[in-house]
Ligand binder design. Structure first.
Ligand SMILES: Nc1ncnc2c1ncn2[C@@H]1O[C@H](COP(=O)(O)OP(=O)(O)OP(=O)(O)O)[C@@H](O)[C@H]1O
Ligand SMILES: Nc1ncnc2c1ncn2[C@@H]1O[C@H](COP(=O)(O)OP(=O)(O)OP(=O)(O)O)[C@@H](O)[C@H]1O
Ligand SMILES: [Mg+2]
Ligand SMILES: [Mg+2]
Lengths: 253, 253
């Protein structure tokens, strides 16, 4: 059985997509079979891996509506062992259309049933909201990965996110085992970052990844070449950091 | 009559709230009467001005449901001339509850009718999505302010946003006159920022603000003190830049 990891945070721009792409690629490099599902209508997880959304005929939306199967919408990437279910803008329609169907929270789980047998990891990149697409992802998740910036607004949202996770465990998915907080864009020279990090360590120590991601321009350059950091800067510092993150994730088993 | 400015971008973390808070404060400093409406369930616009959302009894949600009036939910800030309609987490429920009511796109317009007579500017901070709360804000907007980062994913979303604005003009709000793009977190030393900025200038020159906001740690420190930059660093460079931005906005009249 595969492990389903959901990358979530309703705070925007904290590095959900960057984490989803580079963690997926690092796991695939270790020999794991990975399916990256883009559940964000912005479609950044696909485009960050060089998939041109305008050329796509179909995506997660068609899977959710049941008009196509997983085999139809799945796309191979240039990374051995990493496939993607991309998103296009019509996925935004799903948020409204899902509201009126039965079992609306479990729709994604139903359509990804096949995937959990043929991959080691299913990684779901979520939009910056706690709407129905994110709830659908959480309803089938084994673990949640929560990227955070060490800034005021990002810290504020964490307690709200934790109460949502508690509600999901109680009402939709008792299998949601753990959540892991990943500090991202950390700049040790910035006093605010040191202070906020100390707050996160104080309140959320048990859930904190040992690995943390520094701010690095190379990381924000890579998606414009359609590559994960392991391809864009193979022997660079950031590639090693994501390899360490992937080892930590595999070690949680 | 007041001018309604909506700060939008479905890309997360580009600086919507930072722009809404500091532009509102700079306009108030010039003597304009400003109402800042927080339409994002994260509630960052209120907390960035020192309003404790846990102490609030009510918010925009109660206004949308019609259980309270504008006078009940409006909060004065420490800035002369700047009032806020804060958001609490129950606003997230409005996205789903609005789906089933008549005229669901115009609900915000109906409840803010009083405001447009007693303020010079109504500024609405939107969540990072193109859902019903953002559509409600666009349905009553005179102008849209679009903060962008000079990074790959942020540029990708602009053309999607422009087609949404076109749809809004045609179907919901022909009065939506203009949109203005504000470059934010710009770092001239970063090659990617120079390249992306050149792209934005090529395709969106006519809509670009002359003022642009550099990356500055002071700006991300200010909200943790509950202050806009004009209070936190009164004579600093960033305060002057937001004063110039406010003058540019007033000059568009
Ligand atoms: N460690 C880092 N160092 C530098 N830049 C980063 C880092 N992590 C992410 N970025 C950049 O910051 C921006 C925001 O990251 P990203 O888009 O992955 O966040 P997100 O949480 O997925 O955003 P959204 O909420 O819109 O989905 C992107 O331009 C990305 O390239
Ligand atoms: N020019 C700037 N320089 C440095 N930091 C900035 C700047 N503008 C915004 N920030 C910081 O970047 C982060 C994102 O900004 P902000 O929260 O305003 O974006 P947003 O678009 O409102 O996010 P969301 O999509 O979650 O609503 C915040 O921590 C903010 O303090
Ligand atoms: Mg993303
Ligand atoms: Mg915001």
């Amino acid at each position: 059985d595969s492990r389903v990891l959901v990358v979530i945070n309703q705070k925007g721009g904290v590095g959900k997509t960057t984490t989803a792409i580079n963690l997926s690629a690092a796991l695939a490099e270790m020999g794991q079979r990975v399916l990256l599902v883009d559940a964000d209508p912005q479609g950044n997880a696909g485009s960050g891996l060089g998939i041109d959304r305008n050329k796509l005929g179909c995506c997660l939306y068609d899977l959710l509506l049941g008009t196509l199967s997983l085999a139809d919408v799945r796309v191979e990437t240039m990374i051995q062992g990493l496939d993607v279910v991309p998103a296009t803008v019509n996925l935004a329609g799903a948020e409204v259309e899902l509201v009126v169907i039965d079992n609306r929270e479990y729709r994604l789980g139903e359509v990804l049933k096949d995937a959990v047998n043929s991959y080691d990891f299913v990684i779901i990149d979520c939009p910056p909201s706690l709407g129905l697409l994110t709830i659908n992802a959480l309803a089938i998740a084994d673990e949640a990965v929560i990227p955070v910036q060490c800034e005021f607004f990002a810290l504020e949202g964490l307690s709200q996110l934790y109460s949502t996770l508690g509600m999901i465990r109680k009402e939709l998915n008792p299998r949601l085992r753990q959540q892991h907080i990943l500090i991202n864009m950390y700049d040790g020279r910035v006093k605010l970052h040191q202070q906020i990090r100390a707050e996160i360590e104080k309140f959320f120590q048990a859930d904190l990844f040992k690995t943390e991601i520094p701010r690095s321009v190379r990381l924000s350059e890579a998606p414009s070449f359609g590559q994960p950091i392991m391809e864009y800067d193979k022997s660079g510092r950031l590639s090693d950091i994501y390899r360490r993150l992937a080892e930590e994730v595999v070690g949680f088993e």
